[in-house]
Design a protein around this ligand. Sequence first.
Ligand code: IMP
Length: 213
Amino acid sequence: MAHSKRNTVIAATKNKHKLQEIKKILSGSGIVVKSLSDFPLIPDIVENGKTLAANAAKKAETVMKTFGHPALSDDSGLFVPKLSGQPGVRSARYAGPACDYPANNRKLLQNLKAYQAKDRRAYFATVMAFAVPGRKTITRVGKIWGMITETAKGSNGFGYDPVFQPCGWKKTFAEMKAAEKNKISHRSLAVQKIAKVIRQYIIKKNPKNAEFT
Ligand code: IMP
């Protein structure tokens, strides 16, 4: 299981949708992404941090330490101010420990049922973490504002995509083509920022224990 190439990072996720988006966004960047699905024996990492950044750092550092190789991770969530920030850090398990995406969307729509458009504002956030042996873990944030629609619309993407309509658009993420979502999404913004950090690492410009950028 040798991972010697400096331009290769292991993505600390088994979520196929996230992985696909990260690989698409990084295609042509010179950064090669290996996935945890290539290593099925790695147990799931418990996401028990209080923030996206804590969870992202934990995932990247666990995988980096397991393989002794740079690792990249994503932790994301949907935040609705009117619901005191929920689903937030617990976005994956909003409707209960064994819930699925439709159950989460149903719960969200139900909890916002009484609210008009102005109270349905929400943002998606992604924190990308990049962990390298012997270095401080670096995180970068991407955020996009929009609103929660009254019904679920569209079948592309994953998670809360059918109920999230980004500002300036008349369709939900799930009604967009993958390329459209990847151009503007929270994940795309965070991945582009962390890509700059990874490039600095690849070309060895970074001093030890300092930020790469
Ligand atoms: P986590 O980063 O794996 O903890 O993701 C938390 C949850 O947020 C996922 O299970 C999805 O429901 C949701 N989520 C994360 N990113 C997206 C996205 O790009 N679109 C829709 N839902 C997302």
